[in-house]
Design a protein around this ligand. Structure first.
Ligand code: IPE
Ligand code: IPE
Ligand code: MG
Length: 246
C-alpha cells in the first residue's frame, strides 16, 4: 500500500474518533475586521458556527464537545463588547434549548457562570435542568472560565475536606483531583482545537489538556464548518498517541 492509500484507508470507519473535543473559538473580531464590519458582526457569525459545528460534531460521532465561549479574562474587553457577547448568549440559550432537548443533548457549563447577570444564570440553570435527563451527546460551554481558577478551586475544596477530616492529604491523587474539577465525569480530553492561527491555550483546560492532541488551524471561527471539523478529526486519526509509552 502506498502512502496516499494508507492515509486514505485510515480515514474510513476504522479511524478513531475523539470522544471529547474542545475548541478555543477564536477569530471573530478579525473575521469582522476583514469585512470592515463591527466586531459584533463577527460574534454573530460565531454563534452560527457554534450551531453548525455542534451539530456536525454529533453527526461525526463526537460524544462531548467543549466550547470556550467567554474566558475569565474576557471581562477586560470594552464594556460594550461584553454586553454584546452576553446578549448573544441570551439569544443562543433562548433559541437553542428546544433543539438541544429535541436532539437529546445534555448541556453542561463550566466556569464561574454564577457571576453573570441574574437572568442569564436562571436561563443557564433552566437549560441544564431541562437537558439533564438527555442521554445523547454532551455540549459543554465554558463561560467566565479560567483553568487556573478552576485548579485553585479544586485545591481549596480538597484542602477543606482534609481540614474537616473527611479525607487525608495522602489520599489526594490525580483521580481525586480530576473529580474535584468542573469537568468531573466527562471522558478525557482527546483533541483541543484553536482556530484563527493563534497558538496558545489562553487559560483553557490546562489540567485536562495533559495528553490531548493539539491542533491549531488558521481558519477564523466564523468560517469553521462541518468540513473543517471532519478535517480536524481526520488529522486526529493520523496522530499516534503514546501517553509516555512506546
Ligand atoms: C473569539 O473571537 C470570541 C471570544 C473571545 C468571545 P475574538 O473576539 O477573540 O476575535 P479576535 O481574536 O479579536 O479576532
Ligand atoms: C480565548 O480567546 C477565549 C475564547 C475563545 C473565549 P481570546 O481571544 O480571549 O484569547 P487571547 O486574549 O488572544 O489570548
Ligand atoms: Mg481572540
Amino acid at each position: 500500500m502506498d502512502v496516499i492509500e494508507s492515509l486514505h484507508s485510515r480515514s474510513d470507519d476504522t479511524t478513531p474518533v475523539p470522544r471529547h473535543v474542545a475548541i478555543i473559538m477564536d477569530g471573530n473580531g478579525r473575521w469582522a475586521k476583514a469585512r470592515r464590519l463591527p466586531r459584533i458582526a463577527g460574534h454573530k457569525q460565531g454563534v452560527e458556527a457554534v450551531r453548525r459545528v455542534s451539530k456536525a460534531a454529533r453527526e461525526q460521532g463526537v460524544e462531548v464537545l467543549t466550547l470556550y465561549a467567554f474566558s475569565s479574562e474576557n471581562w477586560r474587553r470594552p464594556e460594550e463588547e461584553v454586553r454584546d457577547l452576553m446578549g448573544l448568549l441570551r439569544h443562543f440559550l433562548k433559541n437553542e434549548l428546544k433543539d438541544l432537548v429535541a436532539e437529546n443533548v445534555r448541556l453542561r457549563v463550566i466556569g464561574d457562570y454564577r457571576a453573570l447577570s441574574g437572568d442569564l444564570v436562571a436561563m443557564i440553570d433552566d437549560a441544564i435542568a431541562k437537558t439533564s435527563v438527555n442521554t445523547g451527546a454532551t455540549l459543554v460551554i465554558a463561560l467566565n472560565y479560567g483553568a487556573q481558577a478552576e485548579i485553585v478551586a479544586a485545591a481549596r475544596r480538597l484542602a477543606s475536606a482534609a481540614q474537616a477530616g473527611e479525607i487525608t492529604a495522602d489520599a489526594i491523587d490525580e483521580a481525586m483531583f480530576s473529580d474535584a474539577l468542573t469537568t468531573h465525569g466527562l471522558p478525557p480530553l482527546d483533541l483541543l482545537i484553536r482556530t484563527s492561527g493563534e497558538q496558545r491555550l489562553s487559560n483553557f483546560l490546562l489540567w485536562q489538556a495533559a495528553y490531548a492532541e493539539l491542533l491549531f488551524v488558521d481558519t477564523l471561527w466564523p468560517d469553521f464548518d462541518a468540513a473543517a471539523l471532519a478535517d480536524a478529526l481526520a488529522q486526529f486519526g493520523r496522530r499516534q498517541r503514546r501517553f509516555g509509552g512506546l
